[in-house]
Design a protein around this ligand. Structure first.
Ligand code: FNR
Length: 364
């Protein structure tokens, strides 16, 4: 028996295995006009292939709750009903294949309006740019725009946009919604003292910095059915305490455990544990499974189910993460870009039941 290919139930939802696809932006939607933020053939083919390859759950890429919240101008969005209809085509194929459709909802905050990575990653050119906003008027890094400091009223509007996007995600057929609280985007910007310099009730103490994250989660949980799970992606550390010589005072793994306990009490079902991204120039010691210890800590100390992510590339490595009790599932990113059939190959290697569709049975 493998753990990787054992089903996993959260609330009333059973996910057929524990090999899941991490959210990965495709930066491929149209930018202007009625096609803005709308999934099209590329997105369909991309997600359909990973479902055909046997992923138990697919988390569709960071999908913006508003045009201002897009990471790049070519991000998917869920601020209108055209976007809902296009995503429905994807969720219905995934569901038919037995892959659970999930989606990550995001607001990029001060890191919005950046370019597709293949065009150089920095702020987007003036023809596509918009004014970005964040908790404080502190830019992400040199060469990035100074964000507007959000007013309390604007913060409340964004909380409402998360709820509206979650409602649309449900209408589009998704069964898991993930709140993007990581990688230096808006929610993480509120959490981390490196981006949040506010002196009102959204800044300063841990409680105040966590307020926006908790309000978003409450709003999403409030519209998401009780029988379906909500995930939260965290950057478990800003890596400043792990690099004390860095001298900056960032978000820590201890903070994450505390946040996870709060989130568990508010109906979050699983924490997707990533790290980093709040600002440039911080050294991150990457290597195989380098973020797994953070998933383990959250699972053990907060009693919160976790998914581990980051340089998980080998079936035995993935199996060991589950067997050791570090996480309840693994999320694969780039490995699934390289090989959509990774889950099937892993099942064969581990002696589990095949995941190939009947149409491909000759290829076993
Ligand atoms: C990502 N990642 C990412 N993370 C996230 O939370 N939302 C997103 O939309 C994206 N987009 C994205 C695009 C691309 C092209 C890559 C390669 C990565 C991060 C991703 O989910 C994952 O955490 C990392 O890639 C680490 O896992 P792997 O790739 O080592 O398995």
């Amino acid at each position: 028996m493998t753990s990787l290919f054992t089903p996993y139930t959260l609330r009333s939802l059973t996910i057929p295995n524990r090999v899941w696809m991490a959210p990965m932006c495709q930066y491929s939607a149209e930018v202007f006009g009625p096609g803005a933020g709308v999934a099209h053939d590329w997105h369909f083919a991309h997600y359909a292939a990973r479902a055909t390859g046997g992923a138990g759950l697919i988390l569709v890429e960071a999908t913006a709750v508003s045009p201002q919240g897009r990471i790049s101008p070519a991000d998917l969005g869920l601020w209108n009903d055209t976007q809902v209809a296009a995503l429905r085509r994807i969720t219905s194929f995934l569901s038919e294949r037995g892959t659970v459709p999930g989606i990550q909802l995001a607001h990029a905050g001060r890191k919005a309006a950046t370019d597709r990575p293949w065009r150089g990653d920095g702020p987007v050119g003036p023809e596509e740019a918009w004014q970005v906003a964040g908790p404080s008027a502190v830019p992400y890094a040199e060469g990035y725009p100074v964000p507007d400091e959000l007013t309390v009223e604007q913060i409340q509007q964004i909380v409402g946009q998360f709820a509206d996007a979650a409602r649309r995600a449900l209408a589009a057929g998704f069964r898991v919604v993930e709140v993007h609280g990581a990688h230096g985007y808006l929610i993480h910007e509120f959490l981390s003292p490196l981006a949040n310099r506010r002196t009102d009730r959204y800044g300063g103490s841990f409680e105040n910095r966590a307020r926006f994250a908790l309000e978003v989660v409450d709003a999403v949980r409030g519209v998401w059915p009780q029988e379906l799970p909500v995930f939260f992606r965290t950057s478990a550390t800003d890596w400043t305490t792990e690099n004390p010589e860095d001298g900056r005072d960032g978000w820590t793994a201890g903070d994450t455990v505390r946040l996870a306990r709060e989130l568990r009490g508010r109906g979050v079902d699983l924490m997707d544990v990533s790290t980093g991204g709040i600002t440039s120039g911080i050294r991150i010691p990457t290597g195989p499974g380098y973020q797994v210890p953070f998933a383990r800590r959250v699972r053990q100390e907060a009693g919160m189910p976790t998914a581990a992510v980051g340089l998980v590339t080998d079936p035995r490595q993935a199996e060991k993460i589950l067997a050791d009790g570090d996480a309840d599932a693994v999320l694969l990113g780039r490995e699934l870009l390289r090989d959509p059939h990774w889950p099937h190959r892993a099942a064969v290697e581990m002696g589990a039941a095949k995941r190939l569709p009947d149409q491909y049975a000759w290829a076993v």
